[in-house]
Each structure stands twice: as C-alpha cells, then as structure tokens.
Design a protein around this ligand. Sequence first.
Ligand code: F6P
Length: 355
Amino acid sequence: MKRIGVLTSGGDAPGMNAAVRAVVRTALHHDMSVVGFKRGYNGVLMRSPSQIDDFEILTARSVSDKIHRGGTFLRTARCLEFVQPEIQKLAVSNLHGLGIEGLVCIGGDGTYRGAEALNRLGLPTVGVPGTIDNDLAYTDFTIGFDTALNTACECLNKIRETSDSHERASLITVMGRNCGDIALHTALTCGAEICMIPEIPWDIEEVADRVKWGVVRGKRSMIMVFAEGALSSLTTDLAKLCQQTPALNEIIPHNNRVTSSQLALIIEKLSGHETRSTVLGYIQRGGSPSGRDRMLATQLGAHAVDLLKEDRGGLAVGIRGTKLIEVPFEDVQKGEHAADAGLMDLVDIMAVISH
Ligand code: F6P
C-alpha cells in the first residue's frame, strides 16, 4: 500500500492521539503516506464546506507534541447514518478517489462495525481499540481505560476524604456503558466497600444492609461505586419498594430506572445512614494519557499499520497478556474478557463488612 487513512470515532479516549501518532510515523517508516479524516466517518463522507474540515495529509510534524495530549486532534463523532449501505459505498468511493488503499479506524464497538462494512466492500480496514469502557471482549485492555481508571481513582480519593470527615456514605457513578470494568477496577484500587456493575445481579436492600453493617463495624465512610449501566442487573422491584416505603413514596421509577441521586436517597432511607451521590461524568474521558495508555496506543497503532502493509484487513488489533494480537472483526466480542466474579469477591473481602 502506498497511502492509508486514519480516523478516530465514537467517544474520545485518552491515548487516541498517541495511536494516530504511531500510525503516521509507522506508515512514514514504510514509505506510505497518511490521510487523517476529521470527526470520524463524517470526514470520509466529505460533507463540510471546506475540505480541511474533512481530511488532511498528516506528516511526521502533524503529530508532534501529541503523545501526551488527551482528546483527539482529529476530533471525533458518532455517524449514525453510516449503517446505511449506500453511505458505506459512498465512503469507499471517496477513499478510492483519494488513492487510499487501507484505513485504520480507532474507536470502540460502533467504530468497528463501520470498519467491518468498509472492509466487506473491498477497502481493507484495521480497528484499534480506543475507548475508556474496556468493553471489547477480544482484548485485555482498550486504549483510554487505564487513564480513566486513574482519573476515577483520584476523584474517589478526594470523595473519601470528605465522606470520612462527615461520616457519610457516597454513591459514585462511573462511566462504562454496559461494561463494569471501570467501576470494578476503581472499586478495588480505591478500597471501595461496595460495587455495582451490569454483569453481576445485585439487590438494593442488600446494599443498604451492607452500609448499615459497615457503620456498625466503625467505618467512617462507605464508598459505593456504581457503574452507569448497573441498573440493568438490579433484581429489586424499585416501583414496589418505593410504594411500600413511606419515605420513598415520592420516587416513581420508570422501567425500574431511577437517577443516581434517587438511588442514593433509597439507600439512605433503607440504611438510615446519610448518603450522597456524585456522578463523575466526562472528567473520566479527558486528561493526559497514562504511561500504560501511551504504550498500548503506540504498540497497537504501529501493529495496525504493519498489518495493512501486508495487505491484511478486516482485523482488530489488541493485547492479551503481553502479546499483540489481531482478530477478525466478527470475533471482537468473543473471548475470556467478562466481568471477573473473582474481582468482585475481592471487593467484598477487602471491605471486611460481612465477617
Ligand atoms: O463509550 C464511552 C462513553 O464515555 C461511555 O462510557 C458513555 O456511556 C458514553 O460514551 C457517553 O457518550 P456521549 O459522548 O454520547 O455522552
């Protein structure tokens, strides 16, 4: 291949810039030129009034001073219309028009679906896992997860200090979509007492009981880490509970869903212990990438280009143990990676509440 493209798509993740840098510099090393597309697949569709808003040739200098920066200088977006076959064909024809023979797509699950479609239409693509969620089963880690984890840890340390001073319980909501990895790893590395994730069923009355027990055992703060998707595995019927508990009558859950602050209030009323809610939000997606994320981004970006150089497409790169791997797009959700029940047990053991 003489020319390849690169884009970042979906939610941004710290380390995406480092991955683009690795793609560009590895390609230049192999005498390939690189076109960077802006705002994910939108740039490939070339609909901006000015071309520079859609794509630009990337040189070694274009990626200087980027390895340590969060966000993505190529910018990112979700391109909902990209599921349409005629839009995918338009993308392939635009790419061919620019002389592009292969494309590196950095992002998560949605990004991979677009890349897989382009590959099926004859344009070789390689996916690089860039998402804080760590929700791709084939790879141990995705780029951005480690930084998000460190950010969440830093926030939790601070929240614990104030919770401790006020002797309150705290429910902290972290990101991760349908994956509990950010929550579970944050809980373990911050010594949280309780963790709720989408992959493991949980009951709110048990959570409240644990808060009660923790207080009885002399814990000054009770830290509960709540994965944003964890209501999906809640086994309690919230509507019934709120109806039957006079102090909760004002809460009217819809489809067994409540907000994080309502959840904190339910725990407070059931446990009798003051409970506050903090939603960490986008703070988890920003920030300078950790050393681990820069390392992973550099290795995977380079590996993606090496595959395209060998005319290999339809693949997603990742890491298992210390080994770089590549799997066909259709296998990205197959693998060992699932919420580790052993890690959840460790949260309990470390919290020393139930024995
Ligand atoms: O996929 C990354 C992520 O930050 C998820 O953890 C979260 O659910 C989602 O993106 C939020 O997306 P948006 O940028 O649309 O608010």
